[in-house]
Design a protein around this ligand. Structure first.
Ligand code: IMP
Length: 432
């Protein structure tokens, strides 16, 4: 692999199959960095045929002699992290792999999860607001505290004094909200303080300086992979706001959340399915609520890795994909789940939008406008054959090759990897 620093980004609404691509890349890189999001993610890692699902740990954790970094941009649920570390088999010590948790990563406290659930249910019950369909992992409320500059960071839970001071401020504020807004019981300082200190004792050996760690690896000629969670259209700035997550999922997020300057990146890989899915609420122009959507859901096993929710499904949206190419600076595309389209009568791809009677190929920033989009489709011939045994581009039926070439033509970005089945070997590499 020629590239020293790579970023792997979801080009849709998450669940693009980033895990499969990380699985390929993690074998060749020395350092894997998570830079945003938290336990809302569900990354499937397959090592020696065994499937593991991580919500917080970087996907390199099961490979020997790696450095895995949880960057400052991540919001860390300590109970989840501790459970994942304890569940590691083989243990990182046995295989010489090191976990480094940035001291500046913010801690998801139990009250963040509680507030996440309460605000979702109040949005559901309100005539003025639409629910977001969050994962309930406390992500939004934790980032709120970060940006409000009252958050508790990983470095605070190993410092009794600092923790006590910060926790008092938070408990005072949260108890007001819980009581006055939701009529809920107040939080108990002692209980939370002891809990947080016990997490701190566990996490202390892993705390470090992610910037120094990545920099010294690069100076030693090592290869680094930044592993995105969620996807471009769920990004807090660039996604379908407010139906987004609360972090910077795009490639720019690697710099701020993973502590490396933009000049040091070699390439950005965008992962997209051959169709589209979305979990949770919000606009989805190409959603198919009928038979096609159901067929894609069943064939593609489209159920959330974190919440088990059925994913909404629909045709590939080139307007959204071209937007992802632009905001991330994608240099190569990994196209996953092409096999799921096998056997359909015909295929459709959305190539432009009609909004209030006007045609456009621009992805609108307003969710209200996106809600009014009528997708304009081009129709393609499908292929009947099972493509899961294809191992080179030339092995694919001509209709499948045309579909891939169309994506390359419309985006101007080459497709370097094609997923043709669920197994790790069911992959076509085209000079990846
Ligand atoms: P939150 O990140 O839990 O606040 O959820 C906000 C939105 O992002 C909801 O629509 C979730 O369904 C969606 N979301 C969060 N994490 C993921 C993910 O890993 N895959 C797909 N959707 C996600």
């Amino acid at each position: 692999m020629k590239n020293g620093v790579q970023a792997l980004i979801g080009a849709q609404w998450g669940d693009e199959g980033k895990g499969r691509v990380v699985d390929v890349l993690a074998r060749e890189v020395d350092v894997v960095v998570r830079y945003q999001g938290g336990a809302n993610a569900g990354h499937t890692v397959i090592v020696e045929g065994k499937k593991h699902v991580f919500h917080l740990l970087p996907s390199g954790m099961l490979y020997p002699n790696r450095v895995c970094v949880i960057g400052n941009g991540v919001v860390l649920d300590p109970e989840q992290l501790i459970a994942e570390i304890k569940g590691l088999d083989p243990s990182p010590e046995d295989i010489g792999t090191k976990l480094v948790v940035s001291g500046s990563a913010h801690i998801v406290m139990p009250y963040h999860k509680k507030l996440d659930a309460l605000s979702e249910s109040s949005r559901k019950g309100s005539s003025n607001a639409r629910a977001i369909g969050t994962t309930g992992r406390g992500i939004g409320p934790c980032y709120v505290d970060k940006y409000n500059r009252i958050g508790i960071r990983a470095e605070d839970i190993v410092d009794e004094r600092q923790l006590a001071d910060k926790l008092r401020i938070n408990i005072e504020e949260k108890n007001l909200i819980l009581d006055k807004l939701y009529g809920e019981q107040p939080l108990d300082f002692d209980e939370l303080y002891e809990k947080a200190l016990s997490w701190g004792r566990f996490i202390k050996p892993y705390l470090g300086d992610s910037s120094l760690e990545i920099d010294s690896a690069l100076r030693a000629g090592k290869k680094v992979l930044f592993e995105g969670a969620q996807g471009t259209l769920l990004d807090v700035d660039h996604g379908t706001y407010p139906f987004v997550t609360s972090s910077s999922c795009v490639s720019g997020g690697c710099c701020t959340g993973g502590t490396l300057g933009p000049g040091r990146f070699d390439r950005v890989i965008g992962v997209t399915k051959a169709y589209c899915t979305r979990v949770g609420e919000g606009p989805f122009p190409t959603e198919d609520k009928g038979d096609i959507g159901e067929r894609l859901r069943q064939s593609g096993a489209e159920f959330g890795a974190t919440t088990g929710r059925p994913r909404r499904c629909g045709w590939l949206d080139m307007v959204g994909l071209n937007y992802a190419v632009r905001v991330n600076g994608l240099g190569v595309i990994a196209l996953t789940k092409l096999d799921v389209l096998s056997g359909l009568d015909e295929l459709k791809v959305c190539t432009s939008y009609e909004i209030d009677g006007e045609g456009t190929d621009r992805f609108p920033s307003s969710a209200a406008v996106l809600d009014r989009v009528k997708p304009v489709y081009e129709t393609f011939k499908s292929w009947k054959d099972d493509i899961s045994k294809c191992r080179s581009f030339g092995d694919l039926p001509s209709e499948a090759r045309d579909y891939v070439k169309f994506i390359e033509d419309k985006t101007g970005v080459r497709v370097g990897l094609i997923g043709v089945g669920p197994g790790r070997e069911d992959t076509i590499f085209v000079d990846f």
